[in-house]
Design a protein around this ligand. Structure first.
Ligand code: AHR
Length: 657
């Protein structure tokens, strides 16, 4: 039997509570012990553990969660016909141009013009969406566009061979812009359809906001979200949703920053913006845009739908410090601060207020009950700490109960340490902060080494939000079980320290196969499929098994072989124990539940493991690494259990009836 590591045993105790004397059950067969004192409940667990962090990176929004099937529907990409191809079938003669005279509206200045001399077998434009339009047989699709001109129009949905799967006709719209809408039922299933707009007579047609949505979106909402992807989010039971980023909040430069007021109202009036992730590593994403069809109103609805507290993050007058580093001067900061105040009114204000009235007009008179707001993403340095307090003061003056999330830079140690330290020096010397957002993208070993990092955190300072974290496994940074278990290890520390670690979220959330800029990611998808990575299941297990109070837990085990936390679920009366064995060997453990009524235990054991730490999920095998649940019983409150190699085990225990 290996010798237990005394240092580890001490470090895994509940930090805010006194040590308790517990006889540790050991035997020749057990290499580790976990002793839980159910009779001495500790602090309440933060109800904001654990949430999700959404950013439009890796085609997470446009081409992903946002269910629009047409790419560049408004011809507002830099390359205005990006995603569109001219269709000139036998005998057709015409031209396509991009025009700006008398547009649909000033915020949407470009549109396409078809000038048709002879229609032949068809003249117009085709769009194949984001790598092909996925259609399902017998499902309905909503076609809509703005058009004007002298020629009747036909919209055809056709498969990759050109076979029509559905079509609709419109009379010539006339001299003024007209909204055209139709529902088309697909007669076939394909992942590679395209939408073709054809002029059916000689003449001229102007086209804009050419859109195709499935009828079946999340809650069947118009302008809705992909139901399968939202379901994966809902299944996480997230405590909050942080949105819309991430670096896109900052923008490459200030012009490129995220401005929430551009993202609400009629989609034709949402000012589009290029996505700063188009500059990132992917070679498959030459033109990556934000339509803002998924905008702030939709984000708030999504939060409501999945029971997550909204946490919007706003630009603080600084663009990305890794990119153009444009900072608005202090005498020009007011509009940015006003955006924050207006957002709070948009979310919470009465319907008689200017911004509350807009929310009501969109269909939601009830407030969204916003309680959290982030000022800046992962900004750092004096430039941040002269701007951020101006927001803090103005927001608190009007909304004293709102909790503000403050950045602490892009990392917590190594090259980022000076930035992180400066932030904390500020908080310690009077800069106000409610919740501090810390980010760590590090190796699995770093996560294991840092599982106790908050055990010694000052309990009198601001709360912590582990706002972006992911274990990066090797050079390839695969979504391996190894990475997921390292995250689980650090998350035991979040729960144990949840009197001070108030919130946590993995990052990034989504990645589209073949079109991503950053890995690893929580959820992978293509146009028809989606699956959760092993890290997804770790997040899910922690969210769904979040206890209400922490129970003091003593652990002895060989170094880096066991990470544990326990708590009580007040609703069910169960003791919840999370046990992470990140090693390649099974770990026999002696588990003792003190302070519980004597006698047999029963309950459930949920185990996440796989044959190898390298294992990942894939489209072909999406649940290769997924939790398995079984009934659990033990004859007494002291029992032995072998924790499988490379595993996270959740025990939910109760005295047997
Ligand atoms: O999650 C990816 C990026 O990592 C975020 O946009 C940013 O906040 C961090 O640098």
């Amino acid at each position: 039997m290996k010798r237990p590591c005394p240092a580890l045993a001490v470090s895994l105790l509940l930090p805010a509570l006194a040590l308790f004397a517990a006889p540790v059950l050991r035997s020749a067969e057990t290499a580790a012990s976990v002793t839980i004192d159910a009779g001495q409940p500790g602090h309440a667990v933060s109800p904001l553990l654990h949430g999700i962090f959404f950013e439009d990176i890796n085609y997470g929004a446009d081409g992903g969660l946002y269910a629009e099937l047409v790419q560049n529907r408004s011809f507002e990409h830099d390359e205005h016909l990006f995603g569109w191809a001219t269709v000139s079938r036998t005998g057709a003669d015409g031209a396509v141009s991009i025009e700006t005279a008398s547009p649909v509206n000033a915020k949407n200045p470009h549109y396409a013009r078809l000038t048709v001399r002879t229609t032949g077998k068809g003249f117009g434009l085709a769009n194949d969406g984001y790598g092909g339009i996925a259609l399902k047989q017998a499902e309905n699709y909503f076609v809509s566009l703005r058009a004007r001109g002298t020629t009747p129009l036909q919209v055809v949905l056709e498969d990759e061979t050109g076979r029509p799967l559905g079509k609709c006709q419109f009379d010539a719209p006339g001299a003024d812009w007209k909204q055209l809408d139709a529902t088309v039922r697909s007669s076939g299933t394909t992942a590679h359809a395209r939408l073709v707009v054809l002029a059916t007579a000689a003449g001229q047609a102007d086209l804009d906001v050419v859109s195709l949505f499935p009828e079946h979106t999340w809650k069947n909402r118009r302008n809705g979200l992909r139901a399968d992807l939202v379901q994966l989010l809902a299944d996480l039971h997230p405590a909050f949703l942080r949105f819309p980023g991430g670096c896109i909040v900052e923008g490459k430069n200030l012009a490129n920053r995220y401005q929430w007021k551009n993202t609400i109202g009629d989609v034709a009036e949402r000012v589009q913006n290029w996505n700063r992730w188009q500059d990132a590593v992917s070679l498959t994403a030459p033109e990556y845009y934000q339509t803002y069809g998924l905008g702030f109103y939709e984000y708030f609805l999504l939060c409501e739908d999945i029971g997550a507290e909204p946490l919007p993050i706003l630009n603080c007058g600084m663009s990305c410090q890794f990119q153009d580093k444009e900072f608005v001067s202090l005498d020009q900061l007011d509009p940015y601060v006003q955006d924050a105040l207006d957002l709070i009114e948009f979310a919470n204000g009465p319907v008689t207020s200017v911004w509350g009235a807009k929310r009501a007009a969109f269909g939601h008179p009830a407030p969204f009950n916003l309680k959290l707001l982030g000022v800046g993403n992962e900004q750092w340095g004096e430039d941040y700490f002269v701007r951020y307090p101006i927001f803090y003061k103005a927001i608190k003056a009007k909304y004293p109960d709102l909790k503000i999330v403050t950045g602490a830079g892009p990392g917590v140690d190594a090259g980022d340490f000076a930035r992180y330290k400066l932030a904390w020096d500020k908080f310690k010397s009077g800069t106000p902060a409610d919740i501090v957002d810390e980010h760590f993208y590090r190796s699995p070993q770093w996560f294991l080494d840092n599982a106790t990092r908050y055990d010694t955190q000052d309990r009198n300072g601001p709360k912590i939000f582990a706002g972006e974290f992911a274990a990066h496994d090797g050079v390839a940074k695969r979504n391996s079980l190894r990475a997921a278990l390292a995250e689980a290890a650090v998350m035991t520390g979040f729960v144990r320290n949840s009197d001070i670690v108030a919130m946590s979220s993995y990052a990034p959330l989504f990645a589209k196969a073949g079109a991503w800029q950053w890995n690893p990611d929580l959820i992978w998808f293509d146009n028809t499929r989606a699956y959760g990575s092993p890290s997804y299941y770790v997040q899910q297990l922690f969210s769904r098994n979040r206890p209400d109070v922490v129970l003091p837990t003593a652990v002895t085990a060989p170094a880096h072989s066991l990470y544990a936390v326990a708590g009580r679920d007040d609703r069910t009366g169960e003791t919840v124990v999370m046990l992470v064995n990140p090693t390649n060997a099974p770990l026999p453990a002696a588990i003792s539940l003190h302070g519980a009524a004597p006698g047999p235990l029963h309950g459930r054991a949920i185990v996440l493991t796989s044959a190898s730490a390298n294992d990942e999920n894939t489209f072909e095998n999406p649940t290769k690494v997924a939790p398995q649940e079984e009934e659990f019983s033990a004859p007494a409150a002291d029992f032995a259990r072998t924790l499988p190699a490379n595993s996270l085990t959740v025990l939910r225990l109760k005295n047997a009836p």
